[in-house]
Design a protein around this ligand. Structure first.
Ligand code: SF4
Length: 175
């Protein structure tokens, strides 16, 4: 029998035992669902935001990855995309946005400024958001090409798929 399993479920541990009946691990199925239903919160502060906007245009079509719809409240988002320069005065706001997101949640550092402070080597600019919040994936470039963002998104999806999935009532370590 030829199976037509979603790619995330082809791990050798799944079995299609009849039409409409699929055996898999709960962890695998939850990971597959989570990686293809990301809801980004764009914390956009500077010029990298132009590249972010282009991701939803037809040449790049981020909707193919299930990550198109931005949520403008952190309580409805699970992917924090930090896009652009973050100043020290903005740092407490970014920390609060991250804290308000529900578990499980992930963070993408979008571009050189968010990752390292970029060329702003001065006392007003945060030299990388990983000083204040955990980062799952970094996107290099000033600005990054949309292809780089999609590459980072796929890396994040692989990370989500292979993570131990937190289920009901489980919370992240308070770090
Ligand atoms: S990385 Fe470059 S394009 Fe992005 S916010 Fe910084 S200066 Fe602007």
């Amino acid at each position: 029998m030829t199976s037509h399993l979603p790619s995330g479920l082809q791990g050798g541990e799944e079995a299609l035992i009849s039409e409409g009946v699929l055996l898999t691990r709960l962890d695998t199925a939850v990971g597959w669902a989570r990686k293809f239903s990301l809801f980004p919160y764009p914390f956009a502060t500077a010029c990298c935001a132009m590249e972010y906007m282009s991701l939803s245009m037809s040449p790049y079509d981020i909707d193919r990855f299930g990550a198109l719809l931005p949520r403008f409240t952190p309580r409805q988002a699970d992917l924090l995309m930090v896009i652009g320069t973050v100043t020290c005065r903005q740092a407490p706001i970014l920390k609060r946005v991250y804290a308000q997101m529900a578990e499980p949640k992930w963070v993408m550092s979008f571009g050189a400024c968010a990752s390292t402070g970029g060329f702003y080597d001065n006392y007003t600019t945060l030299p990388g958001i990983d000083r204040i919040i955990p980062v799952d994936v970094y996107v290099p470039g000033c600005p990054p090409r949309p292809e780089s963002v999609l590459d980072a998104l796929m890396a994040l999806q692989r990370k989500i798929q292979h993570s131990k999935q937190k289920l009901f009532g489980e919370v992240a370590d308070p770090t």
